[in-house]
Design a protein around this ligand. Structure first.
Ligand code: AMP
Ligand code: MG
Length: 349
């Protein structure tokens, strides 16, 4: 298949390009498009046949449900059974934006896209291009991250091209995704709301609106046969570059730097270091990538997947990575880092 590649201005995407992409979606095709979190791979979310193509193109396990994207609040009521008070509060506070909410699904939502569950996850993205496309298609758009399953999510159109060129109908390049981490997912159906996947809308931000929430234990602990994540996608190794990733954690940053340097010195493989602005110049290693300023977790989140992909591009075999505190967006960063590392972590006392 020849994949159409079109570039648009982020704030003022050309109407003809959006219309062309919307037609593809209406006819059951696949279009990758930018959102504020990561690039999404879109299909008509009410068309099980179209959505099957998403699973095929990504190599995604069929039990991993898709998020439906809408571009106006009232579209929600067509695809869910009911909207609780807590959900309403979250919607008012965080939509449009990087928060996905899980609801009981309406009958029109095919079970094929919900992994067989009676629930459906819904998000209203804030990105102008995503909104324009969803409005033009006039459909709820199922859109997982536009990467090959298991790879780090794409934050640039070039990442999508690398993974999916020739497998999908169209890619819209609208520049870099500014958040760079997938949306926060919350399930408010139980008595105490549960955070299923951390993201840029943080636990603290959510609690300031609806009070105490719980975190799915698998957010920071390796899933097992007895510890099964409520978001099925979280059970898979995710976000992994080809390289082995090993996290080095400790309260004393200098000790962390020393340990990483020792590991690098002892290694016989091609090594890379995932550092921060505060530490990058202290390392003696050919490949050191800085995630940004340690005090600026948004910046670190935005650079994470890009850098994991860059290590692959550079042929790195082992990455030693610093960690960040698990507060605010740090929880999402640590969740993705731990998954990228397959939970391999050296903790210094
Ligand atoms: P992606 O769009 O690639 O970021 O993946 C979507 C994520 O949302 C996966 O981790 C899914 O398991 C999760 N998800 C989608 N629908 C549901 C649902 N109904 N209940 C719980 N998690 C969901
Ligand atoms: Mg994904």
């Amino acid at each position: 298949m020849k994949t159409i590649l079109a570039t648009v201005e982020r704030q003022t995407p050309k109407k003809e390009i959006i219309q062309q992409a919307a037609e593809i979606l209406k006819q059951g095709g696949l279009v990758a498009f930018p959102t504020e979190t990561v690039y999404g791979l879109g299909a008509n979310g009410l068309d099980a046949v179209a959505c099957k193509k998403i699973y095929e193109a990504k190599g995604r396990p069929s039990d991993n449900p898709l998020i439906l994207h809408i571009a106006e609040k009232k579209a929600l009521y067509d695809i869910v059974k009911s909207v609780s008070k807590k959900a309403e509060k979250l919607i008012d506070a965080f939509w449009p934006g990087p928060l996905t909410i899980v609801f009981e699904k309406a009958d029109c939502v095919p079970l094929e896209i919900t992994g067989g569950f009676s629930t459906v996850a819904v998000r209203f993205p804030s990105h102008t291009v995503a909104q324009a496309l969803i409005q033009a298609a006039h459909l709820p758009i199922a859109a997982p991250s536009a990467n090959s399953s298991g790879k780090p999510s794409p934050t640039k159109a070039s990442h999508v091209i690398f993974d999916l060129d020739g497998k999908i109908d169209m890619i819209i390049d609208g520049g870099d995704a500014e958040v760079g981490l997938e949306s926060t997912i919350i399930d408010v159906s139980g008595e105490i709301p549960m955070l299923l996947r951390p993201g840029a809308v943080t636990k603290e931000m959510i609690e300031s609106v609806i009070g105490k929430i719980e975190i799915d234990p698998t957010v920071l602990t390796k899933p097992s046969q007895t510890l099964i994540p409520k978001a099925p996608g979280m059970k898979y190794t995710h976000y992994s570059p080809k390289a082995d990733v090993i996290l080095v954690q400790g309260n004393d940053l200098q000790k962390v730097q020393q340990k990483i340097q020792e590991l690098v010195n002892d290694s016989t493989q091609k090594v890379g270091i995932l550092a921060t602005d505060q530490t990058k110049d202290s390392y003696n290693c050919e490949i050191v990538l800085s995630l940004g300023d340690r005090q600026n977790l948004e910046q670190i989140g935005a650079n994470l997947f890009k850098h994991l992909r860059k290590f692959d591009f550079l042929g790195v075999e082992v990455v030693y990575a610093e960690t960040v505190p698990q507060k605010g967006e740090g929880l999402a960063i640590m969740n993705r880092l731990q998954k990228a590392a397959g939970y391999k972590m050296i903790t210094l006392s």
